[in-house]
Ligand binder design. Structure first.
Ligand SMILES: C[S@@+](CC[C@H](N)C(=O)[O-])C[C@H]1O[C@@H](n2cnc3c(N)ncnc32)[C@H](O)[C@@H]1O
Length: 255
């Protein structure tokens, strides 16, 4: 049965929300502290976390800023985020239902927009960037962290293929160069401030997303016949675990 890609993303995350609250990739990870360091908050900031999921990024920023609003269009993910905020006793965080490509906020409402591991689900990232520009005050900052793909066409095709097999609602891991071009087009001066290798344990990776058995078999088959360039770039291990690359962008809204 076919459905709108956004409905597919919501349906996918609705059924796995609890897994994302406990996922070590999301709850921890070197990029969380690097996002705060890149933002250099001084304590007065009003922050938007776009595609907040179960809230790990919003809750990391909360102690450093005045307030955080996390937005996500999957209600079950927000329920988990509220639960985490309660557990941590954080009261300057609010979670709201909304689409990052059509934000329910007025112009210049935020000093800082952050987003982590969500952008590869957005069908129109340029629309999201235009929305971030609209809701940021002039000079405000955007810190975006995500998996990025490779400039090599061979490796890029492989990355998108395994992402799609694992999660049929996957849209695209853009390359860092593609992101920088989209930032510039949306009126942001942007740079890559941190990169890292994101090791993914194969069994965890597919269990977290409840990938179907048939797709797990297809993943294993595709990986077994991957070209040498792909095996080298993704640091394939015997059990199917591998390493994606992450990039953290700092962008400033031009006046
Ligand atoms: C992997 S989770 C986010 C992880 C989270 N930011 C963190 O740091 O742990 C991806 C989230 O993006 C959300 N998402 C995807 N597309 C969206 C959109 N257009 N608008 C709002 N949320 C979106 C999904 O609902 C999902 O909760």
């Amino acid at each position: 049965m076919t459905q709108d890609i956004k409905a597919a993303v919501q349906q996918q995350f609705h059924q796995v929300a609890a897994n994302y609250r406990t996922s070590s990739v999301h709850a921890r990870g070197v990029d969380l502290a690097e996002m705060v360091a890149a933002a250099q908050p001084r304590g007065h900031e009003r922050v938007l976390d776009a595609g907040c999921g179960t809230g790990h990024t919003a809750l990391t920023f909360a102690p450093h800023v005045a307030s955080v609003i996390g937005v996500d269009f999957t209600g079950a993910m927000l329920d988990q985020a509220r639960r985490l905020a309660d557990e941590r006793g954080l009261h300057n965080v609010d979670f709201r239902l909304g689409d990052v490509e059509q934000l329910p906020f007025a112009r210049s409402e935020f000093d800082l927009v952050v987003s982590r591991y969500s952008a590869h689900h957005w069908p129109h990232p340029q629309r999201a960037l235009a929305e971030f520009r609209r809701v940021l005050r002039p000079g405000g900052r955007l810190i975006l962290s995500d998996i990025v793909s490779f400039d090599s066409f061979v490796i890029d095709t492989f990355v998108q293929a395994i992402e799609l097999l694992r999660d049929p609602s996957h849209v695209r891991d853009h390359t860092a160069a593609q992101w920088l071009s989209m930032f510039a087009g949306a009126g942001f001066a942007a740079e890559v401030v941190f990169t890292w290798g994101l090791r993914l344990d194969f069994a965890d990776w597919v269990a977290r997303m409840r990938t179907s058995d048939v797709n797990v078999a297809a993943l294993r088959s595709l990986m077994a016949t991957a070209p040498t360039d792909v095996c080298t770039a993704l640091l394939f291990e015997d059990d199917g675990s591998f390493t994606f690359q992450g990039a953290l962008f700092r962008a400033q809204r031009e006046q």
